[in-house]
Design a protein around this ligand. Structure first.
Ligand code: ZN
Length: 149
């Protein structure tokens, strides 16, 4: 997978009902050109609809489990208006859900955040180890002098 260049992305911060914030990073439009949306009217790939008790992290179009909220606000008591987006097929939905469904979604997002943070920690450690190795090599080679500090 190629990583898009840094330009052409923006970050949107969303405050979840639990008070936590997540940053959603939108990359350039190149991604939406690659993902070809399904024509409307195809049967749902994911079995029977679970009306009233949906898993919000699962895409209703392509069954991806990476659906995330792009906006999230309380509409009435224990009711949340949530806009969802699937990064795999660009499916979106704007609808109102009950507190229980939203709480479950929040838990799934928490698990995703935890997994990402673990990956980030491992990457940071790997990068630091590599940097230390390079520094030691440079010291050994006499390439670092007191005036470098
Ligand atoms: Zn999808």
């Amino acid at each position: 997978m190629s990583i898009p260049p840094n330009q052409g992305h923006h970050v949107k911060r969303i405050v979840l009902p639990s008070g936590k914030t997540i940053d959603v990073v939108y990359f350039s439009d190149a991604v939406s050109e690659i993902a070809s949306p399904r024509p409307a009217g195809l049967p749902q790939p994911s079995g029977p609809e679970r009306d009233g008790d949906p898993d919000l992290h699962i895409c209703r179009e392509c069954a991806s489990e990476l659906v995330y909220p792009t906006s999230w606000e309380e509409s009435r008591a224990r009711q949340w208006r949530v806009t969802l987006r699937c990064p795999d097929c660009e499916w979106t939905l704007d609808a109102v859900f009950g507190q229980d469904i939203v709480d479950r979604f929040d838990e799934v997002l928490d698990l995703g955040t935890e997994a990402l943070m673990n990956d980030l920690r491992q990457l940071t450690c790997a990068n630091m180890a590599e940097e230390i190795d390079r520094f030691v090599s440079a010291l050994d080679a006499g390439a670092i002098m007191p005036m470098d500090f």
